[in-house]
Design a protein around this ligand. Structure first.
Ligand code: BJW
Ligand code: ZN
Length: 230
């Protein structure tokens, strides 16, 4: 019985038609990070931020899980051991493909969060600035997204899993954003085999024991088939 932890990033959803952040024509080329992905940006111009996530929510709803998401769900179902997927993605393509043991460490587009009382509820497709919290009635709804400077979700569970991991894989993430970019170091400390699956080597690529380069819809199903044969 072995413990597998898989970190995913925007690259796994790229072939489902969702833009990554740091590609030349990606989301950060079209929107200033400071404006749309920080608490300060939200305080300055909440309309801009709510609209940005309304647009992202619409795109994510229209997208379909691809062969890479499906392969990870298959691995979870057929692997004789524990498997945890930790995604930085805010789309719901992993759960729609069938992944169950899943942490959305940067939040989720289909969730709303009350800035006054921390209550969460399913986001409507189009959120508005000043939407009321169904629990405390404060006009304090915000997208349930982890912005820069905010604490990612479920870090205790993630670090507990990494302390016992035998096989760690990072798929489609550029290794630029912490704490996720530091997970490979944690996994190595636990003695795990580590593999990076990406189009190109990431910023932390040199820390992995194996690297598989290519598009996720091809590389991930092949890699999963290999793991299940072990
Ligand atoms: C393919 C492919 C295909 C394409 N097949 N692959 C330690 C050191 C330095 C800095 C820090 C540190 N600790 C904390 C920080 C600060 C900060 C940070 O990391 N800054 C860096 C920029 C330096 N981190 C934070 O603030 C985090 N919070 C935190 O640390 O809390 C503790 C704390 C709090 C307060 C004070 C002090 C400490 C929060 C980070 C929140 C990130 N939020 C975002 C936006 C919200 C979500 C959203 O809008 O969707 O999350 S930023 C954005 O980047 C998004 C992503 O989840 C995240 C990661 O991006 P990802 O997924 O890697 O995408 P890309 O585009 O970068 O890469 C895509 C990859 O796919 C590429 O490699 C392609 O090659 C590949 N690819 N097609 C395979 N077909
Ligand atoms: Zn509330």
């Amino acid at each position: 019985m072995s413990n597998i932890v898989i970190l995913t990033g925007a690259g796994i959803s790229a072939e489902s038609g969702l833009e990554t952040f740091r590609a030349e024509t990606g989301l950060w080329a079209q929107h200033r990070v400071e404006d749309v992905a920080t608490p300060e940006g939200f305080a300055r111009d909440p309309r801009l931020v709510v609209d940005f996530y309304n647009m992202r929510r619409e795109q994510a709803e229209a997208a379909q899980p691809n062969a890479a998401h499906e392969a990870l769900a298959r691995l979870e179902a057929e692997h004789d051991g524990n498997l945890l997927v930790v995604t930085q993605n805010v789309d719901s393509l992993h759960e729609r493909a069938g992944s169950r043991n899943l942490i959305h460490m940067h939040g989720a587009l289909n969730s709303a969060l009350c800035a006054a009382c921390d209550h969460r509820w399913p986001a409507s497709m189009v959120m508005n600035v000043g939407d009321k919290c169904p629990s405390c009635a404060a006009p304090a709804a915000r997208p349930d997204i982890v912005w820069f400077g905010e604490m990612p979700y479920q870090m205790d569970q993630i670090f507990d899993a990494l302390a016992q991991v035998d096989l760690f894989a990072a798929i489609g993430t550029s290794g630029n954003v912490y704490p996720a970019a530091g997970f490979v170091a944690e996994a190595r400390r636990a003695g795990a085999e580590t593999v990076e699956i990406n189009l190109e080597r990431s910023a932390v690529g040199s820390q992995f024991s194996n690297v598989i380069l290519g598009p996720a819809t091809r590389t991930v199903p092949d890699w999963v088939a290999g793991i299940l044969k072990r």
